[in-house]
Ligand binder design. Structure first.
Ligand SMILES: O=P(O)(O)OC[C@H]1O[C@](O)(COP(=O)(O)O)[C@@H](O)[C@@H]1O
Ligand SMILES: [Mg+2]
Ligand SMILES: [Mg+2]
Length: 307
């Protein structure tokens, strides 16, 4: 197994260091910020706060060259050093608050991170690591960093108040499960979008899956994907009749989640092949996302192929 990449580990340190601060800041930030993001969605004050905090934390990581966020039109050059071999520093793609419409209804949300060894837009094959924070009853972070996939509990150190500096980050990361693999026996499914907006082939596939698995859908991709990570199954935000590219963003959401799921022995698809092979045109491209146990994703591709 390769040695841990110090830049990758420093990125996850920085993301973990922000997590308790983001969480603490949410109660007062459930209102609209008055702005729209590059995808044309209303941005909540919580989205803006998380985005700014993560920019600050990740800019301080040596070896991070650019910060690319769902909430910003362009990549931000954060000046990370170029390596001795002439390779560029990593580009870190962030969905600062995933599932932020759940802020009003006080349900699960998260932060998604993808670390690319290429300037964005890039394919998911350029990811060196990816993961997500889940703000559930417990704050957890799932990390796929090339040494396997693990789940950590992220907690503020007693008495710590802020982000802290360097070694004094003010948080502890405790590994609670490592070498995670998708359970062999799938149990759950969660599909986004409205049923009338689903193409016929996907609706038929969904009918079959409903007979086999239990519905778990909470409206935040990270929460719904974490159900699949924990219990096995399939998550989809499918192509819709009037939105063939679905809703989720390739760089910030689909690629990092596909990297995590494939690193756990599962499969990802855009409907015809691995998400990680999708060639992007821009950093805010959307893509249909299907992830989970291989057999369920294979069946999905076969069902869509028949259309
Ligand atoms: O409300 P819908 O249409 O089911 O959409 C839910 C999806 O949209 C998202 O909230 C989009 O993410 P953001 O909150 O980061 O924009 C996903 O987390 C989730 O899977
Ligand atoms: Mg999101
Ligand atoms: Mg978001």
């Amino acid at each position: 197994m390769a040695d841990p990449d110090p830049v990758v580990e420093a990125v996850f340190d920085a993301v973990a260091a922000t997590a308790p601060t983001i969480r603490d800041a949410l109660p007062g930030r459930r209102v609209e910020s008055g702005a729209e993001n590059p995808s044309g969605e209303t941005v909540l004050a919580g989205d803006v706060y998380a985005d700014e905090l993560l920019l600050e934390a990740l800019s301080a990581v040596e070896g991070v060259g650019s910060f690319v966020s769902e909430e910003r039109p362009e990549a931000i050059d954060v000046g990370g050093a170029v390596g001795e071999d002439g390779e560029g520093a990593y580009a870190v793609a962030i969905d600062p608050l995933d599932g932020s419409s759940n802020l009003r209804s006080n349900n699960a949300m998260g932060t998604v991170v993808g670390i690319y060894d290429a300037p964005l837009p890039a394919t998911g094959r350029d990811l060196v690591a990816a993961g997500y924070v889940l703000y559930g009853p417990i704050t957890t972070m799932v990390v796929a960093d090339g040494s396997g996939v693990r789940e950590e509990v992220v907690e503020r150190e007693d008495g710590s108040e802020g982000l802290g500096d360097g070694d004094d980050a003010g948080v502890t990361r405790s590994v609670v499960a490592d070498d995670l693999a998708l359970p062999d026996e799938p149990t759950v499914y969660g599909f986004g979008g409205r049923v009338p907006d689903w193409p016929d082939a996907f609706r038929e596939y969904a009918r079959e899956v409903e007979d086999e698995l239990k519905l778990r859908y909470g409206g935040a991709m990270v929460g719904d994907v974490n159900q699949v990570v924990t219990y096995g199954g399939v998550f989809a935000y499918p192509a819709l009749v009037d939105a063939p590219d679905g809703k989720l963003r390739l760089s910030f959401e689909a690629n990092p989640i596909a990297h995590v799921i494939e690193s756990m022995g599962g499969a990802s698809s855009n409907g015809s092949g691995s998400i990680l092979d999708v060639e992007p045109e821009g950093i805010h491209d959307r893509v249909p996302l299907y992830v989970g146990n291989e057999e369920l994703v294979d069946r999905l591709e076969a069902a869509l192929d028949e259309e």
